[in-house]
Design a protein around this ligand. Structure first.
Ligand SMILES: [Zn+2]
Length: 256
């Protein structure tokens, strides 16, 4: 397997986004009532995965539209909470020119993951039906961006090895497993990529940064705090397995 990290620019957010303990207010991650100068810049990554015959993207990062018309693309609320920063040529579509893509697998539908879908036409996009339903309900968090696409949804099956008891064999050949994780959002998904008894995890914003699972630091936006704690522990255990090749998350600065 090959997992190529694609950084699609970055985002300016409250320090409560990667670590909710930096502020007392539980909605501090929105950046409301905070000086914008104190924002931190975190990378926005997605991943181009090759395993067996499959070539696909996990998440889509920022669209190139955030360079030219960020407010129109995101709407004021999403722009305010996570202002995009992107240089010429940094969108996933621009970085993947000429590379085949069979599908895009979404970890969840927050704007910094879903925005880049606008640059890819006619590619199958997968998400959990739990996440699609949640995004339709929560207008403030998701805006209208997440609704602009048709999603193929996973048929989750009971799985005793899954962190929340449900998984889906995405391509039917054991190479990519989607685990439902109601943590960061109602229908977040972790992907396990498996080849020759070895595996890697792409965890979306379940682990916002590596410290999230290594030190058990809770990120700001949470759907269910207890589930997140359980999930971070699970990720940490998986990362210590001798056949684990790596854990990939969308916003870690230090590693790709
Ligand atoms: Zn994110």
């Amino acid at each position: 397997m090959k997992i190529k990290t694609i950084q699609t620019g970055s985002t300016l957010v409250s320090s409560a986004v990667p670590n909710r303990a930096t502020h007392r207010w539980k909605y501090a991650y929105t950046g409301l009532f905070q000086c914008r100068k104190n924002r931190i810049e975190v990378p926005v990554k997605c991943f181009y995965v090759t395993v067996g015959q499959h070539k696909f993207l996990i998440d889509a990062g920022w669209s190139k539209q955030v360079r030219t018309r960020p407010l129109r693309h995101l709407g004021f609320g999403l722009w305010f909470a996570s202002e995009p920063v992107m240089k010429q040529g940094e969108s996933a579509k621009e970085q993947l020119t000429g590379q085949p893509i069979d599908a895009i697998l979404m970890t969840h539908l927050d704007c910094d993951h879903v925005s880049g879908l606008a640059d890819f036409a006619d590619i199958k996009v997968y998400a959990s039906k739990e996440e699609v339903a949640f995004a339709k309900q929560k207008r403030l968090r998701y805006g209208t961006l997440a609704k602009d696409h048709d999603y193929h949804t996973f048929d989750f099956q009971p799985d005793t090895l899954a962190p929340f008891g449900k998984s889906c064999d995405v391509f039917g050949d054991g190479s990519v497993t989607a685990y439902l994780t109601p943590t960061h959002s109602a229908g977040s998904v972790i992907y396990k990529i498996t080849e020759d008894e070895r595996f890697a995890l792409v965890v979306g914003d379940n682990g916002y940064v590596r410290d999230s699972w290594q030190k058990g630091i809770l990120p700001g936006p949470l759907y269910n705090a207890d589930n997140m704690k359980h999930c971070l522990k699970w990720i940490n255990e998986q990362s210590q397995q001798p056949n684990c090749l790596g854990v990939y998350c969308a916003h870690e600065k230090d590693f790709s």
